[in-house]
Ligand binder design. Structure first.
Ligand code: CDP
Length: 241
């Protein structure tokens, strides 16, 4: 049971940020796309592929290559972000690709490349989990075979409390712990679990419990976003008949 003390934005410890929005099909040019907004954190995911691998010798004859590129745009943070990749974005891109490769049925698309581009439009902590949440919706929107969607959220600790979906202000608390988490609801498999800070085992268990509950709520929003997307497409096809 999580203690119910209000946070600086008025939330209960086990509440997601407000607004928490997921939209599918937000980018016209890509095969699939999604937007996730968690409070002040906003990320857009766009999927291209499956497509030819160039140069050809890089292709895998047994499965698709999943290439993820996480990027923070220059005006996403308070101090202008230097454009281009850095150590952090390379690491985040890698953990996102690893997590997604657990749900995308890559073996269905041998000798191809699937690009997942993740743009952080505005950052207020939790960008990698927002990117992951957006990525699986964008992949589903692109019609790519998947075992399930993959909701992601951070849990952690700030000011002595175990919290869900921390803001940057909370992440900056003296005793802060941040634990980005992603999982596959249908199997219960945890696909991302990172941690900054010092915690005891009991706190980790509470954080995982809280993250699972948050992820379940996000999963429902992911499904709703895809249903709305398909309902809109069905209406469009009625019009153009
Ligand atoms: O965003 P996430 O929590 O996944 O990753 P982080 O490395 O723990 O970064 C936490 C937050 O620090 C970001 O969401 C940004 O708000 C901020 N940050 C920043 O202001 N400038 C950077 N170059 C990197 C991160």
């Amino acid at each position: 049971m999580v203690k119910k003390i209000k946070r600086s934005d008025g939330r209960a410890p086990d509440e997601l940020r407000k607004p928490y929005i997921i939209k599918a099909g937000v980018v016209k040019r890509a095969q699939g796309s999604a937007l996730v907004q968690s409070g002040k954190t906003i990320v857009i995911a766009a999927v291209y592929g499956p497509k030819k691998v160039i140069p050809k010798h890089l292709e895998d004859r047994d499965k698709a290559i999943l290439r993820c590129r996480y990027n923070m745009i220059t005006f996403s943070v308070k101090d202008r972000k230097k454009p281009g990749p850095d150590k952090r974005s390379v690491e985040i891109s890698k953990v996102i690709a690893n997590a997604l490769s657990r749900v995308v049925m890559l073996e269905e698309y041998p000798r191809t490349l699937i690009d997942v581009d993740l743009e952080v439009i505005q950052a207020d902590a939790g960008t990698r989990v927002a990117a992951l949440t957006a990525a699986s919706v964008a992949l589903a929107d692109a019609g790519i075979a998947m075992k399930d969607l993959m909701p992601a959220v951070a849990a952690g600790r700030a000011n002595g409390q175990i919290l869900l979906d921390l803001t940057k202000e909370e992440e900056d608390a003296e005793d802060a712990v941040d634990m980005p988490f992603a999982y596959i609801p249908s199997t219960g498999e945890i696909t991302l679990l990172q941690m900054d800070g010092i915690v005891d085992l009991n706190e980790i268990k509470k954080m995982i419990d809280l993250a699972k509950k948050g992820a379940q709520q996000i999963y429902e929003l992911q499904v709703k976003a895809l249903k709305e997307r398909y309902a809109a497409l069905a209406t469009l096809s009625e019009v153009v008949k």
